[in-house]
Design a protein around this ligand. Structure first.
Ligand code: HEC
Length: 158
């Protein structure tokens, strides 16, 4: 057994050595049939370019986002339930904050070019409407969705 582990480690070491020194292979060409870059596939296409890390909720930002959500999104979206558009309660576990912002800011191009957005359009049939939010407003909406903890929390906020 000891010998086995040892030779495994040796093989790993040899593999590492044999790779060392060779020039880095060129970046893989965008293999996705959509022609989008891996960044676009992950974060969507549009004006939200800065990486966002969600942490402790910024309450002021979330409140601003809630107002925007109630006026610009609730005609089609609910948190915790499918409506005209998809349920947005869990959206940040399946999409990056930037993806959500680009979907808000650039829905026309997203449903035309992004494979995930295209799938949703095919499923929901209605197109997501352009709401003319600024990048900062879209960021606030993301904070509100991030702050949303379930139907009880939403009741409590009303
Ligand atoms: C006119 C109805 C309508 C309005 C208003 C609307 N949406 Fe949508 N939204 C949709 C539909 C329908 C989809 C599914 C994709 C499609 O069909 O375009 C969608 C998709 C999305 C997605 C993608 C979800 C996913 O799982 O990838 C996000 C995020 C989103 N909307 C957020 C918002 C936010 C935030 C607002 C308010 C600023 C908003 N939407 C306003 C109808 C709407």
């Amino acid at each position: 057994m000891r010998l086995g582990t040892g030779s495994l480690a040796l093989t790993a070491l040899l593999l590492m050595l044999s790779c060392g020194g060779t020039p880095d292979s060129p970046p893989a060409p965008a293999a996705d049939p959509s022609g989008l870059s891996s960044d676009e596939l992950q974060n969507g296409i549009g004006p939200a370019k800065e990486t966002i890390t969600l942490g402790a909720v910024d309450a002021a930002l979330a409140t601003k986002g809630q107002t925007l959500f109630e006026t610009k999104c609730m005609s089609c979206h609910k948190l915790g339930e499918r409506f005209v558009g998809p349920d947005l309660a869990g959206v940040l576990s399946r999409r990056t904050p930037r993806y959500v912002m680009n979907m808000i800011l650039n829905p026309e191009e997203m449903v035309k070019r992004h494979p995930e957005a295209k799938k949703l359009l095919a499923e929901f049939l209605a197109p997501m409407a352009q709401q003319n939010l600024t990048v900062d407003e879209a960021r606030a909406v993301v904070e509100y969705i991030h702050s949303f903890k379930g139907p009880d929390a939403s009741q409590a906020q009303k």
